[in-house]
Ligand binder design. Structure first.
Ligand code: ATP
Length: 588
């Protein structure tokens, strides 16, 4: 048993120091006084928690409820408490003060133990449904009645999520190494256990009960998230290749949400980059993992991207925001379905892969994947020179990605859980800005639609006009912004202009399914303009071998019937817009 008073005293001292070393010493003291069987619980408590974050269980006491509980425990009116709270700004201080006055007259009955406090907090966290507010209130009032004023202060702060002692995870690991791990020099071993479990409490219990040997055997466990490996950033392919030893696995860097998927049989849990359980936001992604990851048990990482499934085009990251709304997920699944692009495997059927080199992990990921249109490995090449890397980069941008992730492939290219290092290097466009003006583009071709859009077009191939050469140069593929009515009328409107092959004045490297003579002009709003190896708009004018593309185009609904094809936005205007966009960024 450990008196909660011991914990409260330690908190008070920790709060009084800002020095990390002193804080560590105080924590070491506390851990040494703590019985082994509750060390995990005490570690959670010092972090103001009762479970590791990924469990997502909090006591979740609102201020109002805390005031009610304090009123009951102290015999004061709620209005009095509110009055004092206005002055102190801290429900902990207020509880301490008001209970101190009361405790002068009555003696408190029972010694509070850490075990009991934890148990009651746990009960509060798990109380849900009707009547939950009242039950939580009684539980809290009960604790406060038994608490000394100082204990009440910290209990109050804990239940309302305001403990904030400022003890960093790394400080806890230091303290564990010093108190039970044979010294600070063993911190790294203990840290690895934390990095592959995200659970300080479990790590603490293992260190205390089984020592360093236990820590060395510490295993990845399905449903305990692994802290993500992060990338450094460099600005040029030359530097990247040099840093990675002359070659690398270069992958598309998709612009979505990072997901760590854990699977065991039919059960799948998804964790975010911050290791929150986000399974509720992506029921469709859960199904994709369940159906397409063949391993019985697996931990894999993927980028989850909102897609237009008809055109197989990626939608901007913002469309994933629809998933954040509690009641909008069903609708978002229909309107903004997601695809998964997998880029790592950390555990497969009993085998911890985190210490394997990246090529081995990537292969394991590919092998366990039943590929489908909605679950694919991240597109990759092995790049050995600058030219390859540059070309792949531009292809990635053209396909709606943010750039490339370049990954080391040597023996030491392990999964550095919880660390940002040079084994992964991101190569992004160094600019991004909004395109605010609309453009008027000519329809020169179209791609057949699939699914819901069978029988009409999936996307239109759009071009700018180049008056010098009297040609039409492709600048984007657009499948967004069309209403059902638009889609119904398009085949007729465009059909009149259909021709058996590409029009002689159209410059295109893309092969459309259907070609049109340049005639119909549409108003389009895009998100940004980028260099493109595929589109021919203003080819070579910014960089040799590159044209310009408009990304994330959307039809505004405005058919520019007043415009002839030759009145469309010119390629030179797009160059100006591109330059203006760059200027805005350099000024920002
Ligand atoms: P970071 O995650 O490195 O702190 P950030 O949140 O600003 O940085 P970015 O700079 O955009 O994100 O880049 C890193 C993210 O890119 C990863 O966390 C992951 O979500 C995403 N990503 C997309 N494609 C890949 C890929 N092929 N491999 C690894 N990560 C990828």
């Amino acid at each position: 048993m450990l008196d909660y008073a011991v914990i409260a005293d330690a908190y008070e001292k920790i709060e009084a120091t800002t020095k990390r070393l002193e804080m560590t010493d105080l924590l070491v003291d506390l851990l040494k006084k703590t019985p082994k069987n509750i060390i995990g619980k005490v570690v959670y408590l010092t972090q103001g928690k009762i479970y590791p974050d990924f469990v997502g269980l909090e006591t979740g006491v609102a201020e109002k409820l805390a005031i009610k509980a304090l009123a009951r425990a102290s015999g004061r009116k709620e209005s009095e408490i509110e009055e004092d709270l206005k002055k102190s700004g801290d429900i902990g201080e207020t509880a301490q003060k008001l209970l101190a006055k009361k405790k002068q007259v009555t003696f408190f009955q029972k010694t509070l133990t850490a075990e009991h406090v934890y148990e009651v907090l746990d009960k509060m966290a798990k109380t849900t449904g009707s009547g939950a507010v009242d039950s939580k209130m009684s539980l809290l009032a009960g604790l406060l009645s038994d608490a000394s004023p100082k204990e009440a202060k910290y209990i109050m702060r804990t239940v309302t999520g305001n403990l904030r002692l400022g003890i960093a995870d790394m400080t806890v690991l230091d303290a564990l190494a010093i108190a039970y791990g044979g010294g600070k020099e063993n911190r790294e071993l203990i840290e690895r256990a934390y990095n592959i479990s995200s659970d300080l409490g479990r790590v603490a219990s293992v260190v205390v009960e089984r020592g360093l040997e236990g820590i060395k055997k510490f295993q990845v466990v399905v449903f305990e998230p692994i802290r993500p490996m992060l990338a450094e950033r460099l600005g040029s392919p030359e530097e990247i290749l040099e840093k990675l030893g002359g070659k690398c696995i270069a992958e598309y860097k998709y612009d979505g949400e990072r997901i760590q998927a854990h699977k065991k049989g039919d059960k799948v849990v998804l964790f975010s980059r911050r290791l929150e359980n986000i399974s509720d936001q992506y029921p469709d992604a859960i199904e994709l993992v369940r159906d397409n990851v063949k391993a019985e048990e697996a931990i894999v990482e993927a980028e989850c991207v909102a897609m237009d499934l008809e055109t197989d085009e990626m939608l901007p990251f913002q469309e994933l925001m629809h998933r954040r709304r509690k009641y909008g997920v069903e609708a978002a699944m229909v309107e903004y379905p997601v695809s998964l692009f997998m880029f790592d495997a950390l555990y497969i059927d009993g085998k911890d892969l985190t210490l394997e080199p990246y090529p081995v992990r990537r292969k394991a990921m590919e092998n366990t994947l039943k590929e489908s249109i909605r679950v694919r490995p991240a597109k990759h090449i092995i790049a050995r020179n600058v030219k390859q890397l540059e070309a792949f980069f531009e292809e990635a941008i053209e396909n709606g990605c943010e750039g490339l992730m370049c990954k080391a492939m040597g023996k030491d290219s392990v999964y550095q859980a919880g660390a940002r290092g040079w084994l992964w290097i991101k190569y992004k466009r160094d600019y991004k800005s909004e395109m605010t003006d609309t453009v008027d583009l000519v329809v020169v071709g179209a791609f057949h639609g699939r699914g819901k859009r069978a029988g009409t077009y999936g996307a239109l191939l759009l071009a700018t006009y180049n008056p010098e050469a009297d040609t039409f140069e492709t600048v984007t593929k657009c499948g967004t912004g069309f209403t059902d009515k638009d889609l119904e009328s398009l085949p007729e409107m465009l059909g009149k202009h259909e021709i058996p092959r590409k029009h002689s004045r159209v410059q295109s490297t893309l092969e459309a399914d259907v070609w049109f003579e340049p005639a119909v002009v549409l108003e389009i709003l895009g998100a940004e303009i980028t260099l493109s190896p595929i589109h021919t708009c203003a080819m070579d004018s910014i960089r040799k071998g590159s044209g310009l593309a408009i990304r994330f185009p959307r039809f505004t609904g405005n058919y520019r019937k007043d415009k002839a094809a030759e009145d469309a936005t010119t390629s030179a205007e797009v160059v100006e817009m591109y330059r203006g966009q760059l200027k805005k960024i350099s000024e920002a």
